[in-house]
Design a protein around this ligand. Structure first.
Ligand SMILES: [Zn+2]
Ligand SMILES: [Zn+2]
Length: 169
């Protein structure tokens, strides 16, 4: 995704809206790979403040993930806003904050920024629901749909240790 600001750069106080809808390659996160189930929709409004170009954006898509407790496949909705400040390479100086992004040849290349914002907006773990009961650690049954008998046994961890001891494990 390229945001062409050739016109806007020369219009102080002006603003322009850009819209994109693109298929992004799968999101790599550690050993996991998540597929976008919808094209990534990005709307960006760029304002020429006279000092810099301020980009306010909105990202929407659906990410195919797995519940971290029961492993069921779920769709995680991406829907968030972001703000980035851009400066042309030739105007960048030592005093500029590190949070400013640099562009060249009247164009922002925003894919990397979008990806970073996506990562910032992901939860620590995905869950199919707050109440997800997860899988039984003993038999692997999905406790949401398939309560197993194990959960009735081994309630007290001290008893568990004792029973292992008795069995000579
Ligand atoms: Zn779950
Ligand atoms: Zn079980």
């Amino acid at each position: 995704m390229k945001v062409n600001v050739a016109q806007l750069r020369r219009t102080e106080g002006g603003s322009e809206e850009y819209q994109f809808s693109e298929n992004f390659p799968p999101l790599q996160l550690g050993n996991e790979e998540y597929i976008y189930q919808k094209p990534l929709k990005v709307v960006i409004n760029v304002i020429n403040t006279g000092k810099s170009l301020l980009a306010r954006g909105w990202v929407q898509s659906l990410l195919g993930v797995n519940c971290s407790r029961c492993l069921k496949e779920i769709s995680f909705p991406l829907d968030f806003e972001f703000e980035d400040e851009w400066l042309p390479l030739e105007l960048i100086s030592q005093d500029d904050e590190e949070s400013v992004f640099i562009f060249e040849k009247d164009e922002f290349s925003i894919d990397e920024r979008i990806l970073e914002h996506i990562l910032l907006n992901l939860p620590m773990r995905f869950m199919c629901s707050e109440e997800c009961k997860g899988l039984c650690p003993h038999c692997g049954a999905d406790l949401n749909t398939n309560p197993c008998v194990c959960s009735n046994e081994i309630i007290d961890p001290r008893l568990e240790i004792l029973s292992k001891w008795n069995k000579g494990v």
